[in-house]
Design a protein around this ligand. Structure first.
Ligand SMILES: *[C@@H]1O[C@H](CO)[C@@H](O)[C@H](O)[C@H]1NC(C)=O
Ligand SMILES: *[C@@H]1O[C@H](CO)[C@@H](O)[C@H](O)[C@H]1NC(C)=O
Length: 560
């Protein structure tokens, strides 16, 4: 028995041979990931590292994940020296939340399958302690901590690993913004017209999204009223839609829309529908929106509308971000971002509905792309009153194509989002993005935190790493997307400002993007960010991947 070498002795950093091998592995990994592809020494390092890695693997104690070797300067494997026993006590954070840094292989395997990762991938878990302070919301907050506290670990879903102790959480100062559960939407009634098919299809259903901005998240209405008009729905289907929404706490009335009306008229018809609703007497704002309109910060929205005079006729909304669309369709509220009508405004539309929806008006609202409901609404208001659109540019129509990350990573605090269900538009998961607001308040959704080692957390959307440093203006939006269909090069500039060139395929940026988030029982929020080796954006100039493995970063936000 006396001959057994204590496990940790093998990893003693006094052993110069092991140290050299470890350094070689570290260099290999860093070289493979971040050096420009034309560096000569690479082949030599590759060869050394291959044998070094074999030696390493032989000496790795069973049950500890391998290190990817990139990230902080410290030698990978070093933390194994510090861990004495197999039992790792959960760490208690200052906010008395338990922090655990184990390897729950069931979860990791589920994610690997769900998100199509390779069986061996990098996994990093990091806790973030939100610290609520009396400060304004900053677009970027600098943290003096590093994002990577340890070497990045590589796991194989077919193996089991011992738990490790958690590093100190990142400390993120946030504002004292209200939580989604405290939003009061009683001044608002929303009208949405869609089909039963879209309502019921998990790919297009908005039940989860509506639950976020129409309830307190605990099964109770926040006072907001939803009037849902369904096309092509049977009585059973209307009943089904009603019970599905009522069961999650949404205060909703469901009606069948009149199939004899063309789409643009059905849209205009929402204004009199809301105005004639018996609960209108208790409302200040009647809102027409699409089934993919999302309000990520309802407290912020309600505060903003408290500043407008609801007793006057008012028409409030935003333009398309694409100047082409304004030229094509006219200067008006683009409905996907949400169109807000004061009750006196809706009264005028209800009163003039017949003339506003005449055949003549239908022809007049055809921009060459068919009759447009938005145009019909504008004509109805402009022909019958002196009211003109009040622009609220924090509402977003999101009329662009392609990779939306430049927008979601810009530090923006949007009051609405739209067009995130794919098809020709972009794909995004705002219901998941906003989960973190339950832990750190509404302001911290999509707020950015820049760590000392050049990671930028765009909270809820992505974690990006800039291996060659941040030598560009984070206050400008990265042009990851494009306008459709004619790109003048400046279509979006009047709403977004000129955008900086994209960093894809340059070796300068790699990002893990959020695919799922969950509010845990203790009030903390887990976020799952994923990056794929084969993502063509995260490549060097020569097309080689910046990272040789898929990766998951799990962030857990601790409330105070
Ligand atoms: C926990 O408290 C200690 C001592 O008060 C402090 O040094 C440390 O920064 C705190 N950590 C967190 C996560 O708040
Ligand atoms: C919500 O707002 C309404 C109308 O402004 C007000 O009457 C009501 O008291 C508020 N509810 C809560 C819970 O604050």
């Amino acid at each position: 028995m006396g001959a057994t070498i204590p496990r940790h002795r093998l990893f003693s950093m006094r052993n110069t041979l092991v140290r050299a091998l470890i350094l070689a592995v570290a260099m290999f990994a860093i070289g493979g990931i971040f050096l420009p592809p034309d560096v000569d020494v690479r082949a030599a390092i590759l060869k050394t590292a291959a044998s070094a890695r074999e030696a390493m693997t032989l000496q790795t104690p069973m049950g500890r994940p391998e290190s990817a070797g990139w990230g902080p300067d410290g030698e990978p494997g070093e933390q194994d020296v510090a861990v004495a026993g197999d039992e790792v006590q959960p760490t208690i954070s200052n906010s008395s939340h338990v922090m655990t840094c184990g390897y729950d292989m069931e979860r990791l395997k589920r994610w690997q399958e769900l998100y199509g990762l390779e069986e061996i991938f990098e996994y990093t878990k990091r806790y973030v302690q939100a610290r609520r302070e009396d400060i304004p919301r900053k677009s970027v907050t600098r943290l003096d901590q590093d994002f990577l506290a340890d070497a990045v670990k590589v796991v194989d879903v077919n193996k089991q690993y011992q738990a490790e102790s958690c590093p100190e959480p990142l400390i993120a100062p946030v504002t004292m913004s209200p939580f989604p559960s405290t939003a009061n939407a009683s001044d608002f009634m929303f009208g949405v017209s869609t089909t039963y098919k879209r309502f019921i299809d998990p790919r297009t259903s908005s039940i989860n999204e509506w639950t976020y901005w129409l309830t307190d998240g605990k099964g109770k209405s926040n006072g907001g009223k939803l009037v849902l008009l369904l096309l092509d729905a049977s009585d059973d289907q209307l009943e089904d839609a009603h019970s599905k929404l009522a069961n999650v706490g949404i205060d909703v009335d469901v009606y069948r829309s009149d199939p004899s009306l063309i789409m643009a008229v059905r849209y205009l018809d929402l204004a009199p529908k809301l105005y004639n609703h018996p609960e209108r007497v208790n409302k200040k704002w009647l809102v027409i929106c699409d089934d993919d309109t999302f309000f990520p910060s309802f407290n912020g929205l309600a505060d903003r509308f408290a500043q407008y005079d609801h007793e006057k006729p008012m028409y409030i909304g935003t333009f398309s971000e694409d100047v082409n669309n304004i030229q094509r369709h006219g200067s008006q509220a683009f409905g996907g971002a949400g169109v807000f009508l004061s009750v006196p405004m809706a009264a005028i539309i209800a009163d003039r509905f017949e003339s506003c929806s005449s055949d003549h008006k239908i022809r007049q609202s055809d921009s060459g792309w068919g009759p447009q409901g938005d145009i019909m609404l504008r004509l109805c208001i402009y022909d019958n009153s002196e009211v003109r659109l009040t622009l609220l540019n924090d509402l977003w129509q999101l009329d662009f194509l392609g990779d939306p990350s430049g927008f979601y990573e810009s530090g923006v605090k949007p009051l609405s989002l739209h067009h995130y269900r794919g098809g020709i538009w972009h794909v995004a998961y705002p219901w998941h993005y906003t989960k973190v607001a339950h832990a750190c308040g509404e302001d911290c959704t999509m707020q950015r935190f820049r760590t000392a080692d050049d990671f930028v957390i765009a909270n809820g959307y992505s974690i990006a790493y800039y291996p060659r440093g941040i030598d560009f203006d984070l206050n400008q939006i990265e042009a990851t997307f494009r306008p459709a269909p004619d790109d003048k090069g400046w279509n979006l500039d009047f709403m977004m400002g000129p955008q900086r060139p994209p960093l894809r395929k340059s070796g300068r940026k790699i990002a893990w993007e959020l695919l799922e988030a969950n509010v845990n029982e203790d009030g903390s929020v887990s976020q799952v960010y994923v990056s794929k080796r084969k993502d063509s954006r995260w490549t060097n100039g020569d097309g080689s991947p910046m990272n040789n493995r898929d990766g998951i970063i799990e962030l857990v936000w601790l409330p105070e």
